[in-house]
Design a protein around this ligand. Sequence first.
Ligand SMILES: [Mg+2]
Length: 431
Amino acid sequence: MRVASLSSYDIRFPTSRELDGSDAMNPDPDYSAAYVVLRADDGSEGHGFTFTIGRGNEVCRAAVDALAPLIIGGDLSDLGGLSRRLTHDSQLRWLGPEKGVMHLATAAVINAAWDLVATAARKPLWAFLSDMPPDELVDLVDWRYLTDALTPGAARDLLVDAAPGRASRAEHIREVGYPAYTTSAGWLGYPDEKIRHLAHQAVADGFRQIKLKVGADQADDVRRFALARAAVGPGIRIAVDANQRWDVPAAIGWMTALAPYDPWWIEEPTSPDDILGHAAIRRALAKSGPDGGPIRVATGEHVANRVVFKQLLQADAIDFVQLDACRVAGVNENIAILLLAAAYGKPVCPHAGGVGLCEAVQHLSFFDYVAVSGRLDDRVIEYVDHLHEHFIDPVVIERGAYRAPSAPGFSTRMRPESLVRYAYPEGAAWS
Ligand SMILES: [Mg+2]
């Protein structure tokens, strides 16, 4: 199969009207997707997208259109080669390299290609990847800039070691699902009573971890954390997320003030580019927990590419790897990040939420468990209860866990009526 055509869409949801998704850095997001439909020469389709929060989504769409000449005619039996063709184009590479708008757009295109191929194979993407031989998985990765940390040979060994347990882990995860945590309780714009109610409800729904947004006002954060802790009790993990709001000293000071309430991790304490800053924060908080244990550090949703993840791991700067299905260049680069995390023994706890990120990223975690790390300990996928109704194969959460997707593809297809209604600026939702 070869790619015959590419169509792009600017899709936006007016989420800022309810303060859903509000945090210290992003007070009024309109969750949006630069959305791609690829058609193969046999008529089959693949859908993918990248996520933005409103203004500038048209820039991502333009970047998608700039990639179209590179992918049309591309061979869908070689998605490693096809993805390198997109990221290595010398003129477009100048706009990154491998970061920013071009990289977001590349994610949308590559994810659509994977949806097409997995759909054609009649398998959910996670199972399609989990059935691939180790050598083929290794060939999907762009190894440039990684080999000082992980060689293709070492990655192959890791996958070969995990191969005998694939079938039993696939069976297990189909039965129990993949653990989730919820961010829906803790948006910064929510009043105290709503946080208390939603935190309590999350535990009743089976979640063992919740997350609160922090970073705008320290006294408010102490009060909100205290009431959330009182609502859920001591046995539930509460992570906090500053969305890059702080300098390094402020992160350390602020987290020291929140420490009595037992934060499980601090997410994005500072700039996603600041590897040494994350390492300094992690070192400073290593004994700051209420029992003298660590306050752990997590980041990844804005980490530009596999090279920055490599350095975060080499510098021992993070405890949790929060890859994102659409920030780096799609499935291929995320396989590189899963392999790096497994090699360094760090749990992957993907970023999700937004629009469609839960639908997409679940496939990467299920694949990680079955074929890469083989582990579930301390691993959770973020869950946010927004906008799933726009997808043909929405996520299913039961008792605090993602059920294994069973429909063919990447779960990235929006309903045709949503693509019409939320098209920006002409759709009925915006008129
Ligand atoms: Mg976050």
